[in-house]
Design a protein around this ligand. Structure first.
Ligand SMILES: [Zn+2]
Length: 272
């Protein structure tokens, strides 16, 4: 037990966190979230705009690297080193932080229960960049999900797709009409970069401006949504396309895929 203060979160925030916990369970069941693989964050700034506690007594952590414009932002994030499957008890395995006014650190408002050394994911800076970009674009996407979907990672190792985004999207989209329809902007291919690096964060922000999913070569995928379920759907549907493509190759043939005409018909019919 500690005497560190925490707040009670309003229902709207708890609903979003509950959605993240449900998705974390799907990720684990799918073998996309080994050990502490992957992370989820939620921009709660709007939801918690009226929650303005006196910050005395809340745990404060200094951290360099937050952009000045992130001052006062409030984020939910999974905990560093915490297993994704532990998100079933979010108050112990995740936290809500508020970036300090001077952006030189953050207060932990909620979570990390009874653990004075609890910290949000080390990816919080890259998640923050994505959230800031979504806010600037007027997007209502407040959730970021990063996970390790097996077939998308596998296809990112394919020598033909490693550098050819158009070819990759053609292959994945053409496996099943639903992939073309429910991932309308397709996959943005992000060349391999060190996890947690600024370069990877910047490439991801750029990819998500025009695409529904950022596929980190030889690492994993990242998507955004109005809630965790929507972000998960983009990755789940994309992965289905990759899985069918690889199943065909494993069966010894290169899949024919939907024709250009059939794909164009979907674009017209669903106004994509
Ligand atoms: Zn990862």
């Amino acid at each position: 037990m500690t005497d560190i203060r925490t707040i009670t979160l309003p229902g709207e925030a708890m609903d979003l966190i509950q959605g993240a916990a449900e998705v974390a369970n799907f990720l684990w069941q799918r073998e996309w979230a080994e050990r502490n693989g992957g992370n989820i964050s939620i921009n709660l700034t709007e939801v918690l705009r009226d929650v303005r506690p006196n910050l005395d007594g809340f745990q404060y952590v200094e951290q360099a690297g937050f952009p000045a414009e992130s001052s006062g932002m409030t984020l939910f994030a999974t905990g560093t080193g915490r297993r994704m499957r532990d998100l079933a008890t979010p108050e112990r395995s995740s936290c809500v932080v508020r970036i300090a006014e001077d952006a030189k650190g953050y207060h932990i408002l909620w979570g990390g229960e009874g653990q004075p050394d609890f910290r949000p994911t080390m990816e919080i800076l890259s998640h923050l960049k994505i959230h800031l970009d979504k806010v600037k674009a007027g997007s209502n996407h407040c959730v970021v999900v990063h996970t390790h979907p097996i077939e998308l990672i596998a296809i990112s190792h394919h020598p033909d797709f490693l550098t050819d985004e158009a070819m990759l999207n053609r292959a994945v989209w053409s496996m099943l009409p639903e992939v073309r329809v429910y991932v309308p902007r397709g996959i943005g291919l992000v060349p391999y970069a060190l996890a947690g690096s600024e370069r990877l964060a910047d490439l991801t922000v750029a990819a998500l401006r025009t695409r529904d999913v950022a596929l980190w070569s030889k690492h994993g995928a990242l998507s955004t949504g109005r809630d965790a379920h929507e972000a998960f759907d983009f990755i789940d549907v994309s992965n289905k396309g990759a899985k069918i493509y690889l199943a065909c190759l494993a069966s010894g043939f290169v899949p024919v895929g939907l024709s250009d005409e059939e794909m164009a018909e979907l674009v017209r019919a669903f106004k994509l």
